[in-house]
Design a protein around this ligand. Structure first.
Ligand code: 5GP
Length: 345
């Protein structure tokens, strides 16, 4: 047994210190990023926010709505091959959608078949993810995808430490997805005691990735636009959002009416609800590591996107970052014991 005594931080533990700046308006801030990747020759230029590949947020409708603003969506795994082929055939900006897959044989066969049937080059971005990115089987799978499709942009995860970030990048990933346990409908930390405070995970993984020319995506734990700004401040190249985009018209999941009010169901992909739906129930040897909640229906996602982009733009203004790219180097975090004044709820 070993104890590490260095404090690791979450978004709620810090604020970003304001800095003097010559910027006069939020409208001067450019929140797009341009990336070259470690392996793929694809060039990315867009707003590095990605809807999570949960079946409640990673929908075609979400991709369409977010795509209009230059954001991306990691599609969930449960569409049919025909549906993916039709969707990707029509996609104009390749970064708008990531094809997602796990590491099972079925995932691999479905992916290869989709790649074979989609027009050449239509699918450029893929997200390979598992709850625990620390296994040899996962690393081997990432390597297999890289060897088979040398020019794809591969995002792979999830991990929370620098050593495994390096391993995945050296095994073929372009973007490493970071986060174990911070998600809004995740119960991994409760069920297993395993996890890592998200901001520190981002800082440590970004440091490891950037040294190799890799990228990272902070996945999970953002509850307000300020958390997204903190993730970028900590070094995240991309930020993935589940809960903040859930409950909108474009999100999947049933709508429920309770006493004349409308709610949308949102559940973790390892929750009992998800396993009942896709795996015929929770297998005897495992426990659910996600929960299911009802969110008040939030209408179209567009106003939420404006809020998010406005918040990030404003964060850049406060520290004098003319471009999102400059946010990390202009960020000084201060540790706090209180985030907000909640007297009025
Ligand atoms: P959020 O933005 O809602 O805080 O986090 C979204 C992320 O939570 C997803 O991208 C995914 O990594 C993670 N997640 C989704 N479903 C589950 C689940 O059932 N269990 C766990 N442990 N994590 C989940």
């Amino acid at each position: 047994m070993h104890i590490e005594n260095t404090v690791r931080l979450d978004f709620k533990d810090v604020l970003i210190r304001p800095k003097r700046s010559t910027l006069t308006s939020r409208s001067e801030v450019d929140i797009t990023r341009e990336f070259k990747f470690l392996h793929s020759s694809e060039k990315y230029h867009a707003i590095p926010i990605i809807a999570a590949n949960m079946d409640t947020t990673g929908t075609f409708e979400m991709a369409q709505a977010l795509g209009k603003h230059g954001l991306s969506t990691a599609l969930h795994k449960h569409y049919t091959i025909d549906e993916y082929v039709a969707f990707f055939s029509r996609l104009e900006e390749k970064h708008t959608a990531f094809y997602s897959l796990g590491i099972g044989d079925g995932d691999w066969q479905k992916f290869c078949e989709t790649m074979r049937r989609a027009p050449q080059g239509a699918i450029r971005y893929v997200c390979i993810d598992v709850a625990n990115g620390y296994t040899e089987a996962f690393v081997a799978f990432v390597r297999k995808v890289r060897d088979t499709y040398p020019d794809l942009v591969i995002m792979a995860g999830n991990v929370v430490t620098g050593d495994m970030t390096e391993e995945l990048l050296l095994s073929g990933a372009d973007i490493v997805k970071v986060g174990i346990g911070p998600g809004s409908v995740c119960t991994t930390r409760k069920m297993t005691g395993v996890g890592y405070p998200q901001l520190s995970a981002v800082i440590e993984c970004a440091d490891a990735a950037h040294g190799l020319g890799g990228r990272i995506c902070s996945d999970g734990g953002c509850t307000v636009p300020g958390d997204i700004a903190k993730a970028y401040g900590g070094g995240a190249d991309f930020v993935m959002l589940g809960g903040m985009l859930a409950g909108h018209n474009e999100a999947g999941g049933e709508t429920v009416e309770v006493d004349g009010k409308f709610f949308k169901r949102f559940y973790g992909m390892s929750s009992k609800d998800a396993m009942d739906k896709y795996a015929g129930g929770v297998a005897k040897y495992r426990a659910a590591e996600g929960k299911s909640v009802l969110l008040p229906a939030r209408g179209p996602v567009e106003p939420t996107v404006q809020q998010i982009l406005g918040g990030v733009r404003s964060a850049c203004t406060y520290v004098g970052a003319r471009r999102l790219k400059e946010l990390t180097m202009r960020t000084t975090f201060v540790r706090v014991s209180m985030q907000t004044n909640d007297i009025f709820g």
